[in-house]
Design a protein around this ligand. Structure first.
Ligand code: ADP
Ligand code: MG
Length: 623
């Protein structure tokens, strides 16, 4: 209370209130560019709206003529009036139907366009965006929020427009019919508008809360439904069920508050509206008794007054929708306005053709956006020559996969630079850069489409024969042809699920098909059994031939064949060289070799070390 006496605090509070109010419906203006794309449809809808309004406004006039006609016994006009009324009814029917069609069409079209625009925009955003924004939230904006907008543009906006037109028309006709009674109505209007404004603000706040709760529900539901096996394996159903029902209840509570607010709003408007009209009518009845007004005029005035009141009531109902849509638009525009952090410069430098396949990291330091305290790469420098095969080894969390993320330019380093064929990555177009790489990721994503299309993902324009050749080379052809629908078998959520090894071979087939100058293998054979590994290893060796390859590996067989090995730990390079040199040096590589590399690989090693124990002993001796 002491704040109220403080003029400065008061001014600040006022400013805050004003900002909130301005934010209230202004976001809906963000829809204008989407709606303006369909000017012809808009014009058609507008014309139909005007025609329908005029037709509606014609009824009370005919009514007055009739009432006064009865009084003056001019009954021969009655037939004509009724005929005219039927014509007007036909016009009203046709124009209302046309208006409904045009306006709904615009609503559906605008939502379709917004969905496409938001999806297209989101696909261009950098991984950094997806680190902080939940996919469920993006999905809920894409579906729930756009549906809200559809309701508003397609129906509420139509209701609002029709009723505003009707209200204005009825008000004008009221004034023409009886200026004095209309003057009285004018005095009454603030009584109706005030609660509308106050409650409207309340409804808007509750709407946003309600939408947020719905987003929470779908995010939580999506996350657990996608991992049902994990949920069930840990007997987590009960806990998740309770948690889900808690979020559902929270969204119910939020919805109930919103509905209550709107109910109160409707009751207030209805009551105040009608009782004001009746009050004014009472004054009108007195005028008819005094003889300063005819019965027909009072009838006409009453009709218009009821129209105005009804249209105002309808307006108050859709006002809540409009405010809800304002929240939805705000969230969508917010998404559309997020600038991708990684984008092509205004004048991208072209990468040299034909591609050479040289790579260079120069004192690269990088922090993930969600881990600003710990460097994932810390002053990393190395070069890779054309056609060279470099193996990267190191304990998990050393930053190996991060190197690939940097090469594909999913992130930019905070310090230092990375170049491909002599061009610094941030000077080139990211899609040009990515075209130069074929990645076999640590975790393969298999999409809910046919086997053929899953492999073709590597190069969308590849022919079926290319796909089969790649599948053969990746040793997945035999498995795929053994499936009931062969290459047309659908994978994914509602299709065949694949083992880790099969997924990996799909990923390898994609990389083979992609035929890019630089090959990035992230533990590409880790999920394969010994036999298929040998086969796939052969396929990969064929692929690596004449191509720059960086291979993150934990198997000695792969590492030993590399031209050079880079040993990483905690985001730094701790050693570099050939296998024999590194083993001789001991250190981290020696320990890794002893602990991580499969023992059966070691049997074939021809440098005198024939068992894991020997290697450990060597490592221990050098430390
Ligand atoms: N998207 C990410 N956001 C935040 N930290 C990450 C992310 N990805 C990896 N990290 C962290 O960066 C470090 C290096 O990870 P990574 O390159 O995946 O290691 P490696 O592939 O060598 O096992 C780890 O400490 C890891 O926790
Ligand atoms: Mg990794």
């Amino acid at each position: 209370m002491s704040d109220a006496a403080n003029p400065v605090a008061e001014a600040i509070e006022e400013e805050a209130l004003r900002r909130k109010r301005a934010r209230g419906v202004r976001p809906i203006l963000g829809l204008i560019p989407f709606v303006m794309a369909y000017k012809a449809m808009l014009a058609a809808a507008f014309v139909m709206l005007v025609v329908a309004t005029l037709a509606t406004l014609a009824f009370p006039m005919a009514g007055r003529r009739m009432v006064d006609g009865f009084a003056s016994e001019n009954v021969q006009f009655i037939d004509q009036y009724f005929l005219m009324l039927i014509v007007v009814a036909a016009v009203l029917g046709v124009s209302s139907a046309a208006r409904f069609y045009f306006v709904s069409w615009i609503g559906e079209r605008v939502v379709a366009d917004i969905r496409t625009a938001v999806y297209a925009h989101v696909t261009h955003l950098s991984p950094a965006f997806f680190e902080t924004m939940r996919t469920g939230e993006v999905l809920s904006r894409l579906t729930a929020d756009t549906t809200l907008i559809k309701t508003v543009v397609g129906s509420s906006a139509s209701i609002a427009l029709r009723n505003s037109f009707l209200f204005i028309g009825a008000a004008v006709m009221m004034t023409i019919t009886s200026p004095s009674l209309s003057g009285l109505v004018l005095l009454v209007i603030p009584v109706i508008m005030l609660p509308l404004i106050i409650f409207g603000r309340w409804v808007r706040r509750l709407s946003r809360a309600s939408q947020d709760r719905i987003a929470d529900t779908s995010a939580f539901g999506g996350e657990t439904l996608n991992a049902m096996q994990t949920v069930q394996a840990f007997n987590h159903e009960e806990i998740d069920r309770r948690q889900f029902s808690a979020t559902v209840e929270a969204s119910f509570d939020a919805a109930r508050s919103r509905v209550t607010a709107r109910a109160v709003l409707t009751a207030l408007v209805m009551f105040l509206g009608f009782s004001s009209v009746f009050g004014v009518l009472w004054v009108g009845a007195q005028s008819v008794i005094e003889g300063s007004m005819t019965g027909g005029e009072l009838f006409q005035f009453t009709f218009y007054a009821l129209m105005a009141a009804f249209s105002l009531g309808a307006l108050s109902e859709v006002w809540g929708d409009v405010q809800m849509a304002a929240g939805a638009t705000e969230r969508l525009i917010e998404l559309l306005q997020i600038e991708p952090q990684i984008k092509a410069p205004a004048h991208p430098v072209a990468l040299p053709t034909p591609p050479k396949g040289t790579l260079a990291f120069n004192k690269v330091q990088f922090f993930y956006p969600t881990r600003p305290d710990a460097a994932a790469l810390n002053g990393l420098s190395f070069e890779v020559k054309p056609g060279e095969t470099v193996a990267i080894v190191g304990p998990s969390g050393a930053g190996k996969s991060t190197i690939f993320q940097m090469l594909l330019r999913f992130f930019d380093p905070q310090n230092g630079s990375i170049s491909l064929d002599g061009v610094t990555l941030d000077q080139a177009d990211p899609s040009d850069v990515r075209r130069r790489f074929a990645l076999v990721p640590q975790e393969t994503v298999v999409f809910g489409m046919s086997a053929r299309d899953n492999i073709r993902y590597g190069r969308p324009e590849a022919t079926d024969d290319d796909v089969y050749a790649a599948a053969k080379a990746a040793h997945i052809d035999a498995f795929l042809t053994s499936l009931p629908a062969g290459y047309d078998t659908v994978f994914g959520e509602r299709g065949v699920t694949l083992s880790g090894g099969q997924r990996q071979r799909i990923a390898i087939a994609r990389a083979i098909l992609r035929n890019a100058p630089v090959l990035l293998l992230d533990e590409a054979t880790s999920a394969l059994d010994a036999e298929s590994e040998t086969f796939v290893q052969q396929a990969l060796e064929g692929l690596m031939e004449g191509r720059t390859t960086i291979v993150i590996a934990h198997r000695l067989a792969t590492v030993r064949k590399a031209d050079r090995i880079i040993v990483m730990d905690k985001g730094e390079i701790v050693a570099e060289g050939r296998h024999e040199e590194l083993v001789a040096k001991g250190g981290l590589y020696g320990r890794l070799a002893a602990l991580q590399f499969a023992t059966d690989d070691l049997v074939s090693v021809d440098d005198g070390i024939t068992s894991k124990d020997d290697l450990s002993a060597v490592a221990a001796a050098r430390d």
